[in-house]
Design a protein around this ligand. Structure first.
Ligand SMILES: Nc1ncnc2c1ncn2[C@@H]1O[C@H](COP(=O)(O)OP(=O)(O)OP(=O)(O)O)[C@@H](O)[C@H]1O
Ligand SMILES: [Mg+2]
Length: 282
């Protein structure tokens, strides 16, 4: 059962009237969203629909052309960087770092917003780093260089970096990419326990709609830079949505364990139409 923790952790994230683009191209026209505290929100949508653009804007990595993001009611653009980094961590899609960096050096970076004078790591910093490595199963990889890791191990090192930041809000862009199914579920279970046990507010971009429906309290669906559906998974993951947004025909069944909707796609909309026309035309 998904629990929805109601006690507040005091960090809110909202966006109003966002217009976001790159050079000449406007990708998001006019978007507003309030991320609910203490919830897991899944951001889904086809490739190029603007998920990463939105997530990066929420984390202040992209400056919107219009509108604003508010962290605890204050415009994020006005806040000192370290203050933002103490409240909000982001794992971007396809992050990059110097390849010779070790896992432990990467994860240490997560403590700089908390560091004391001279950026010295203190006891609580080492504890947070060790805990992040442990939670992601990366303890034994701590001294390994990033360029000597498998894709999945590297992905987990980046998740450890975000966790070491120990923020009340965590934004994860496709945290399960490169992971085998076991490690995917491990990361999602970790997300769930961070939410339940530490009341963390988590927004994650996922391509697997069934995982989104199973782990998130809320699904936000994007298409061509706009939010086209937003709500509890059972109300959001519908046949109409799958056909309109993802262009697939699918059966929707209830997960026997959790009751969450599970979609079983069986055809691409256009191909399906062609096939059924051929059959009926014979
Ligand atoms: N740095 C950039 N410069 C120019 N255009 C960009 C840039 N990054 C993204 N875009 C464009 O913005 C649009 C939205 O991209 P975005 O990365 O937000 O999509 P997405 O939903 O995260 O897709 P995916 O599922 O493939 O990661 C796309 O048309 C993309 O080509
Ligand atoms: Mg993306």
């Amino acid at each position: 059962m998904k629990q929805n923790n109601n006690h507040q952790n005091g960090t809110t994230l909202t966006a109003e009237s966002l217009r976001i683009g790159y050079l000449e191209q406007v990708v998001i026209q006019n978007l507003g969203v309030t991320i609910q505290e203490g919830q897991i929100t899944a951001l889904v949508g086809p490739n190029g629909s603007g998920k990463s653009t939105l997530l990066k804007t929420l984390a202040r990595l992209i400056k919107p052309m219009n509108g604003a993001v508010y962290l605890d009611g204050r415009a994020i653009s006005q806040l000192p960087t370290a203050e933002v980094a103490r409240r909000l961590a982001i794992l971007p899609q396809g992050p990059s770092a110097p390849p010779t960096l070790t896992v432990s050096e990467l994860v240490e970076q997560g403590r700089f917003p908390h560091a004391g004078p001279l950026r010295m790591l203190r006891r609580q910093d080492h504890q947070a780093i060790d805990a992040a490595l442990q939670l992601t199963g990366m303890t034994n990889f701590a001294q390994r260089r990033l360029d000597n890791l498998s894709g999945g191990e590297r992905q987990r090192a980046w998740i450890a970096l975000a966790l070491a930041q120990a923020t009340p809000i965590l934004l994860l862009d496709e945290p399960t990419t490169f992971l085998d199914i076991g490690h995917q579920l491990e990361v999602l279970a970790l997300v769930q326990s961070l939410n339940r046990e530490r009341n963390m507010t988590i927004v994650l971009v996922l391509h697997d709609l069934n995982q989104a429906a199973q782990y998130a309290h809320r699904m936000i669906v994007m298409q061509r830079g706009a939010i086209v559906a937003d709500g509890e998974p059972a109300a959001t993951l519908t046949q109409t949505l799958l056909a309109d947004v993802f262009r697939v025909r699918a059966h929707i069944v209830a997960d026997p364990e959790s009751g969450a909707p599970v979609c079983l796609p069986y055809a691409h909309v256009e191909q399906h139409e062609k096939t059924t026309q051929n059959v009926s035309g014979r």
